[in-house]
Design a binder for this molecule. Sequence first.
Ligand SMILES: [Zn+2]
Length: 287
Amino acid sequence: MLVNAKDMLQKARDGKYAVGQFNINNLEWTKAILLTAQELNSPVILGVSEGAGKYMAGFKTVADMVNAMIEELKITVPVATHLDHGSYEGCYKCIEAGFSSIMFDGSHYPIEENVEKTKELVKVCAEKGLSLEAEVGSIGGEEDGVVGMGECADPDECKAIADLGVDMLAAGIGNIHGKYPANWPGLSFETLAAVKEKTGDMPLVLHGGTGIPEDMIKKAISLGVAKINVNTECQLAFAEATRKYIEAGKDLEGKGFDPRKLLAPGTEAIKETVKTKMELFGSVGKA
Ligand SMILES: [Zn+2]
């Protein structure tokens, strides 16, 4: 069932678990994530970056594919289609395309401009029934060519954005997109606690969920994180399983070259990854 992310995140915050956002890249990704959510009776957020939207022939293609899949696969758990790190223009495109949730990444604007644009989107999303995520303090690593250094957000700026009426807030707490370097100092729980203190009930979002140790994930959830983004981990799992299939020469046996066979091990690997994450985040059985 397509819904916005507001209710599912408020429930997660109150129940001290987190809903996973799993980014999609194609049909196999989408199907694997939806089927796993249904099997585990877990709410789920499908993340779509601007780059992935372009790759999949536009946001409308994505929204229509997800909606059709929810119907055809009889997915009854709550599902949100969510723009990940949206530009100002990208947000409007997704609202029009039928997404149920968007993230406006205004972290690269001066705080005044981030506030202005976020305020406007709060109004539009409320009118159209979408949920809105905002970001304060750029999140490290690389996402669609935008490189940040893993800063920690200013808790007062977080409060300023939270008070505008967004539904969820991503604050940089030393987290990084992609693989974490060996010398990564870990999440700043001090920053997280300070942000939580200033923003009160606001469900907080942790980006860059790949490679954060389990105990840190659990501690972050206990401190108010209600949504965790996972992207790279599914990509690595898909690539590894596909490589094994090819290296074993399976594509050369019989009809092993059929894409429905060739892409099957990778698809199964995504399912496994999503399952592991949902169990870790505590969202299993919470639909
Ligand atoms: Zn992110």
